[in-house]
Write a protein that binds this ligand. Structure first.
Ligand code: GLN
Length: 540
């Protein structure tokens, strides 16, 4: 196994994730098989408990792992399926070491950061790097490791030490370190400053690691003279990272020109798009756009497939509520104006009751005005509550999540495991949905397949006891799980595109292979859904 380690210096948020993913793409373009590991030096064992407000989206893997959003970038860039083990956190490492200590595995020894924690990190990296992630047998050729945080942080010290040891064990032909750094530009003349990078490289050196390449972020292209200064600290060529990496890793027979034509074509297509489509995103976490990163990417993939630029209109769900008409009338009016001027509505996943009433109003508006609607997870549950209230006349219908005492619980707590045990009640990861009929939009969009496997992250479900009533009134549950008790996809046959899904289709959308239901939403928004469905194989 050959390792490419990506570290970051000076400040956080420089784009280590994008650097690591892009390097993966270029190496893949050279004919290599690539896997990746993200290291997060925090104590949470996974990202499941972290707020999207603070940390961005929680990405969900096939195996149910709730992981850092960078793993979503890796899956999309490299077109791989990762495992929860591909996200290492300090919490996971310590937990594994402490578990071993309690089992008596270190009996008689003092358990310490060095060597016990560092050994656990090394062993984890080595064993995870061997897991095939691209559908082929056997391990990949290269494992790209991204170390979160900034070099010098107290939190990342055990990882730096473990990686130093790893670089020594695997030998220099098998280890390449890329350091991502910042070149600030000062004053009106725009002087490019290399000192912070110099310090950061020196810090890495002091810890026993030497970068082979520098990836510099700056507001301007780097000047020759800046590059020269930097190269005194790091002997690196200016461009063609793959050449430098393959030299360092001693890859003798890989392509010298990476095949990136698909990426180049997509980028060119995107740059030349002139038309756009307005999508209303009615959510709770709209302050930090990373909270819905995969949804945005899935919209982008679907729009590009329709030769459109996505124009995402963010609407804070609470602004749509009647209450806000009194408290913040301007925001209320603006939110409704934006909703009314959008070509389609998307209500994404979420937890807690903030903004729920506003989401219900958005779903009602879309249903009554034939505006294409896609409700994801919470967004599906919202559409059921709205339908029960407006069409069945059950005014207090609600989800047990928001009103445990509702007389009409149309959405109920239905964990797969124990109802009483607090931990592990979330239904997580890939589950199968069986189509109940070929005669529905969702099945056609999924190319008439009998089933589809998508990723889940929820505790609540549409109440199976009320399906009869809801269906009599016109709602159709066209996709269910294998037991038939869990509703997975709903549609409103009298509407051009009113679709709710209990799963998160955004997690499996890929550039060039958009998620079927996002594609359906965009096609419906531009009035081309019917024409496109009739062109599909076996479409009727
Ligand atoms: N809060 C809802 C549930 O737990 C929806 C979850 C989601 O949208 N991811 O079922």
């Amino acid at each position: 196994m050959k390792y490419v380690l990506v570290t970051g210096g000076v400040v956080s948020g420089l784009g280590k994730g994008v650097t690591a993913s892009s390097i993966g793409v270029v190496l893949k373009g050279c004919g290599l098989r690539v896997t990746s590991i993200k290291i997060d030096p925090y104590l949470n064992t996974d990202a499941g408990t972290m707020s999207p407000f603070e940390h961005g989206e929680v990405f969900v893997l096939d195996d149910g792992g709730e992981v850092d959003l960078d793993l979503g970038n890796y899956e999309r860039f490299l077109d791989v399926t990762l495992t929860r083990e591909n996200n290492i956190t300090t919490g996971k490492i310590y937990q594994s070491v402490i578990d071993k200590e309690r089992r008596g595995d270190y009996l008689g020894k003092t358990v310490q950061v060095v060597p016990h924690i560092t050994d656990a990190i090394k062993n984890w990296i080595v064993s995870v790097s061997l897991i095939p992630v691209d559908g082929k047998d056997g391990p990949a050729d290269v494992c790209v490791i991204e170390l979160g945080g900034t070099v010098g942080d107290i939190e990342s010290m055990p990882f730096i030490e473990a990686l130093r040891q790893l670089s020594f064990t695997v030998g220099q032909d098998n280890f390449c370190l890329i350091h991502v750094s910042l070149i600030p530009v000062l004053g009106v003349v725009g002087e490019q400053k290399t000192k912070p990078t110099q310090h950061s490289v020196r810090e890495l050196r002091a810890l026993g690691l030497t970068p082979h390449l520098l990836a510099c972020r700056s507001a301007q292209p780097l000047l020759e003279n800046t590059k020269e200064k930097l190269s005194q600290f790091c002997h690196v060529p200016n461009q063609n990272a793959h050449v430098a990496i393959s030299k360092q890793l001693n890859f003798l027979s890989i392509a010298t020109h990476p095949d990136l034509h698909e990426w180049t074509e997509r980028a060119e297509t995107y740059d030349n798009l002139t038309n756009s489509v307005k999508i209303a995103m009615v959510g709770k976490y709209i302050g930090l756009q990373d909270s819905y990163l995969s949804v945005l990417k899935a919209l982008l993939h679907a729009c590009i497939a329709c030769s459109l630029k996505p124009s995402v209109e963010w609407i804070a769900a609470s602004d749509l509520e009647d209450e806000s008409a009194k408290l913040t009338p301007q925001a209320h009016a603006a939110a409704w104006e934006t909703l009314r001027s959008s070509a389609c509505v998307l209500v994404p996943g979420g937890f807690g009751d903030r903004g729920v009433q506003g989401m219900i109003l958005a779903a009602k508006y879309a249903r009554e005005n034939d505006v294409p609607y896609l409700g994801i997870c919470l967004g599906m549950q919202i559409s059921v509550i709205e339908f029960a209230r407006s069409v069945l006349g059950l005014e207090r219908a609600n989800s047990a999540e928001f009103d445990p005492d509702t007389p009409d619980p149309v959405v109920i707590f239905m964990p797969e495991g124990s109802r009483t045990h607090m931990g592990n009640t979330m239904r997580l990861g890939s589950r199968r949905t069986l189509f109940q009929t070929p005669d529905c939009i969702a099945s056609k969009l999924y190319q008439n397949s009998a089933y589809v496997d998508e990723r889940h992250r929820h505790r609540f479900e549409v109440n199976p006891d009320l399906i009869g009533k809801l269906e009599e009134a016109g709602l159709r549950f066209v996709g269910k799980d294998e037991t038939g008790k869990r509703m997975e996809i709903l549609e409103l046959p009298t509407h051009p595109y009113y679709v709710g899904v209990q799963f998160h289709p955004e997690f499996k959308s890929r550039p060039g292979r958009p998620s079927a239901l996002f594609l359906g939403l965009i096609l419906a928004a531009i009035g081309q859904l019917e024409a496109s469905l009739s062109k599909l194989p076996n479409g009727n």
